[in-house]
Ligand binder design. Structure first.
Ligand SMILES: [Zn+2]
Length: 131
């Protein structure tokens, strides 16, 4: 069992996945991608997506283009839909998979919660004169 890959510590969960970089037989290369999980399959696969700026010379501006990639989702990591993950290149694992998830990047929920500005509730006390 490998304890650490590219500075990422192995998850505490045990798994019997042969295609797991920590508990299995595969080696990863130092070629990393970040993305968001948009699809998850039962057979330990996932699809990630990220945005990249694409320059258009005519308008001298960038537009947002999306990239997608099929990746392996090891049993001990088990990333869910919507999570940001770090993937590393490895040997071809199947027809479409050449990368494996090595880490779930913690969603910055604490910071985003702070950004939510509490709306000031207008407390205008309208005194209705009733006789
Ligand atoms: Zn594992």
């Amino acid at each position: 069992m490998t304890k650490e890959i590219l500075g990422v510590k192995a998850p505490k969960n045990n798994c019997t996945d042969q295609k797991c970089p920590f508990h299995g037989q595969i080696n990863v290369k130092n070629e990393l991608f970040k993305g968001k999980v948009i699809k998850k399959d039962i057979n330990r696969s996932a699809t990630i997506e990220w945005n990249r700026p694409y320059y258009i010379p005519k308008y001298e501006r960038y537009e947002v283009r999306r990239s997608r990639m099929r990746v392996h989702n090891p049993g001990c990591i088990d990333a869910g839909i919507g999570q940001e993950v770090l993937v590393a290149k490895t040997r071809p694992l199947s027809k479409n998979k050449n990368h494996v998830i090595i880490k779930i990047i913690e969603e910055e929920t604490k910071e985003t919660k702070k950004k939510i500005v509490t709306k000031k509730i207008k407390t205008e006390e309208k005194s209705e004169d009733q006789e």
